[in-house]
Every structure is written in structure tokens, then in C-alpha cells.
Design a protein around this ligand. Structure first.
Ligand code: DC
Length: 194
């Protein structure tokens, strides 16, 4: 069975948690596509060569979850050749047998426009920054500023900017706890599975 769940949205909206929960609930495979861009950014050197030569080892680096790695990912993600180098892998994953959940910024709009389910997970910048600040600590104002800078770059780039797909179901997690947000996403997928 081929069944793709495309989950997009800005940083710290809850995409990762929701994607893992949906994948676990339905027995689908999960790909965190942000990790691909993080690995390219962290590798250094020519980003296009890094994207073309990405290895499993690159994706297993322990430092990919940091705020710095997120900013570096967002910077290399504006380069069309970097994005192009990662398309086939993501599409193959999306159509692999047994169902797949992919989360990122352009899954429902560019990578899998034919996805059976598209979710757009969002929350206010303040709520997202507060969540991120609880994880990383430091200066709360700086965390908010870094998040807004990343939002602006991810939404403003020319190639595959972050957008709500016309047929996406929007889930705003600003006032939802994790369980409620996950339940909402699972309800949408279950309805589509029939
Ligand atoms: O989801 P994340 O925070 O790990 O993503 C890191 C950056 O990678 C994000 O700011 C923009 C880029 N990205 C992208 O351009 N397209 C994707 N499908 C996933 C991530």
C-alpha cells in the first residue's frame, strides 16, 4: 500500500512530535526531511556537493539538533541545486510500500503534491519560541529573534518556500497540548484511510 502523509510547518510548531506519533499509530515509516538539510549545512564545504554525497553517517551526527544547525540548514535550503539533489530520495521514501510520513517545509507543495493527507502544523511565533527556549535555554529574546529570522528565510525564498498547500488541513497548536494536537492529526489520517 502506498499512502503519504505530508506534514509541513514552521520551526517548533510540533511537526516532529506529531509526525512520529502518526507514523507509530498507523505503522508508517517516518522521514524528518529537515535532518537532510541540517546534515548538508553541518557538513561544511560546498553545499551542493554535500547534498549530492549525503551518507547515512552524515545523518547520524549528534550535533544536528542544535539551533545553529537549524540556521545553517535554513541557509543551505535556499540553494535550488541543494533542494534538487534531495528530491528523488524524499519521493522514493514517500511512495515506499507500507505508508510514509514526511515532515518538512515543502512536502505537500513540492515533494508530494499528490499526498493522500496534507497537514500544516503551526503556532504563534511567541509560543514556538517559548517551546524552543525551554529546550535550549539562554536569552528568550534571542531565541525568538532567531526563530523569526528562520521563518522569514524559509517563507521568503524563491525555490519551494514554506506555504500552506491549498488542500492542507491546518492545525494550530498554540493552545493545544501534545496529546490534543496528536489526536487531531490522527483523526484526519484515520478519516482519509476510511
Ligand atoms: O524542520 P527543521 O527545523 O529541522 O528544518 C531545518 C531547516 O531546513 C529549515 O529551517 C528549512 C530547511 N528545510 C527545508 O527547506 N525543507 C524541508 N523540507 C525541511 C527543512
Amino acid at each position: 500500500m502506498q499512502f503519504t502523509v505530508a506534514i509541513d510547518g514552521p520551526a517548533a510548531a510540533g511537526k516532529g512530535t506529531i509526525s512520529r506519533a502518526v507514523a507509530a499509530r498507523f505503522g508508517f515509516r517516518h522521514l524528518d526531511t529537515g535532518l537532510l538539510y541540517r546534515a548538508v549545512g553541518a557538513k561544511g564545504g560546498d553545499p551542493v556537493a554535500a547534498a549530492l554525497g549525503l551518507t547515512a553517517e552524515d545523518l547520524a551526527r549528534a550535533d544536528l539538533r542544535s539551533m545553529e544547525a537549524g540556521q545553517a540548514a535554513s541557509r543551505v535550503a535556499v540553494i535550488p541545486e541543494v533542494r534538487a539533489a534531495l528530491v528523488d530520495f524524499q519521493r522514493r521514501f514517500a511512495r515506499s510500500d507500507g505508508g510514509a510520513v514526511l515532515d518538512g517545509r515543502d512536502i505537500g507543495t513540492v515533494i508530494c503534491p499528490e499526498a493522500e493527507v496534507k497537514l500544516y502544523i503551526t503556532a504563534s511565533a511567541e509560543v514556538r519560541a517559548h517551546r524552543r527556549w525551554r529546550e535550549v535555554g539562554g536569552d528568550a529574546g534571542q531565541v525568538l529573534a532567531a526563530l523569526q529570522e528562520r521563518d522569514a528565510r524559509d517563507m521568503g525564498r524563491a525555490d519551494a518556500p514554506l506555504r500552506v498547500a491549498a488542500d492542507a488541513v491546518l492545525i494550530d497548536t498554540s493552545a493545544l497540548d501534545v496529546d490534543a494536537a496528536v489526536a487531531e492529526a490522527i483523526k484526519v489520517v484515520a478519516q482519509r484511510l476510511g
